[in-house]
Design a protein around this ligand. Sequence first.
Ligand SMILES: *Cc1c(COP(=O)(O)O)cnc(C)c1O
Length: 396
Amino acid sequence: MSSSGVPFSRPVVAPEATQAVDRVLRSGWLTTGPECAAFENEFASWVGAEHAVTVSSCTAALELSLRALHLPEGSRVLTPTVTFCGAVEAIVHAGLVPVLADVDVETGQVSPHTCAAAAHTAGGVDAMVVLHFAGLPAPVVELAAAAGVPMSRVVEDAAHGLGTWVGDHQVGRISRATCFSFYATKNLPIGEGGMVTTDDGHLATWLRSTRMHGMSQDAWKRYLPGGSWEYSVREQGLKGNLSDVQAAIGRVQLRHMHAWQRRRRAIAERYTAALSHIPGLQLPQEPTTGRHAWHLYTVRVKPTFGISRDELIDHLCARGIGTSVHFIPVHHMPRFRQVALFSARGLPNADVLFRELVSLPLYPALTDDHVDLVVDAIDHARHHRHAVTISQEVSS
Ligand SMILES: *Cc1c(COP(=O)(O)O)cnc(C)c1O
């Protein structure tokens, strides 16, 4: 175990996935078809939404959900700066302008205060993307009100939010469109893939067309016996559909989600119990209401810890323990400094967090022994602040 180390992420794959893929490969239908339709139904009922539409990624889900708002080109969309770059690029691809909001240092998410400030800086915003960072529930309704955005123009980035509950509401039907990711590191890994959930039947129909070039009838229906070859294109679409091979994996994985979520929670609780006595480490908050999906376990390395966040990462890396940083704020990237609007005074809370954040390994396959190894390595790091540099000198 310790010789191979603890990777930052390791996708969990249900053993039945192999048979499911085999069944689809032999079925005579590989692209979007009956498996996608079944996955959509099962996923919609898992999150409690009326409709679910499979897409190729959460990035495609966000782009299409934003385009579905039919806002004039150049309309302004609020997004946290502490998010994945692709989620901001999706706003640009939809013909809209990202407005970057700072985050609260305690939650890592935007707050009503930072939303109001960002909206004010931009002279008002027309829509917003709400992220449930790490799986921590974001108060969607409150944030939208603070930004002055009606709920009909809120899109949720639930790439971390499968299994998150905001109060009594499961993420998936709170806003007009909720976007999920099945990327390899996410709570329901397929490798690649995404989903939009909504209670709006018109939106679901629109998404089923625009995910496939904007074609008026999907291929599955055209190629069914008696299906027609005829189709038209009314508006700009995307090549953003999911394959039945991927959907078959997703269906199998979904059946394990409750068990996997329980394991994620248990790991988070073990980290919190073991790390809470270490000074200078600020641990993630448990929400007072709702439910955390524990996609990430992200800690803050404060100055009182003794070594810097970067030194801690190096130390853990030297012991074979993988970590990551979520996220490099997008206002640090040249691309988004160019295309996004944000306060001339900068986004200082995100800058503070960016120096201090580190995400620890968290996935169902992680054993209690792995967790203890990570905890011991963190404790060791703070007592041996020069250990990394010395061992580097010795080996060079
Ligand atoms: C992973 C991720 C995405 C993108 O998901 P894809 O399915 O890879 O497109 C978007 N937003 C956040 C916050 C993510 O972590």
